[in-house]
Design a binder for this molecule. Structure first.
Ligand code: GRF
Length: 189
């Protein structure tokens, strides 16, 4: 599998995939990291792993489609066949979806279909659910939807803040994202 990873921030999921590959748990290569935020720590991680990192700043493009065309071109340039959105905080358009049909994977910090969007952990906490978790799914046009590949649950504990709950969820994200990538590839055969 030739992976292209898209990240906007910290990049701990990028790191988890790189580590799973190194440990022989996932038979893949990361061809490129695409990041959209100049300050994304994911770019530092990519450099530490000697993985090419390409900054595509959405502010430099006049529409989401134009931005996605540049993303597709970059993914093609690096011979990517599977696209992994690991903390990619931008809505994507049909330009990207149609270029990599059923080959785009997203990780989201809730048990979908509950709590879509960028405030999922805060919303789970505010709603009073006692079980939270994360979902890895194939990406369709609608935000945080598409066929579910894997999920993992964690308890919500008394005294949790969004930060403590998110940290507990991320342990599971780092475990299931590499597994779900392998599963998706196997199902696509
Ligand atoms: C993760 O919680 C992921 O589910 C969400 O954004 C966060 C990214 O974390 N989509 P990181 O940048 O991989 O550390």
């Amino acid at each position: 599998l030739q992976l292209g990873i898209m990240a906007s921030g910290n990049g701990s999921n990028f790191e988890a995939v790189a580590q799973a590959i190194k440990d022989g748990q996932l038979n893949a290569q990361i061809q490129v990291l695409i990041y959209n935020n100049p300050d994304a720590y994911a770019a530092v991680r990519a450099s530490n792993w000697n993985i090419p990192a390409v900054l595509l700043n959405h502010r430099d493009y006049s529409s989401r489609q134009e931005f996605d065309r540049q993303i597709v071109q970059t993914l093609r340039q690096y011979n990517v066949d599977w696209v992994i959105m690991a903390g990619w905080m931008r809505l994507v358009t049909e330009v990207l979806i149609d270029a990599f049909t059923n080959k785009i994977i997203n990780i989201h910090p809730s048990l979908l279909p509950s709590f879509k969007g960028s405030r999922a952990v805060e919303q789970a906490l505010a709603s009073g659910v006692k079980i939270a978790g994360c979902t890895v799914h194939l990406v369709s046009l609608e935000m945080d939807s598409g066929p579910i590949l894997m999920q993992a649950a964690v308890p919500v504990l008394q005294g949790d803040t969004p930060e403590t709950l998110h940290a507990r969820i991320q342990v599971q994200e780092h475990r299931i994202l590499p597994q779900a990538i392998a599963l998706a590839a196997k199902q696509a055969l």
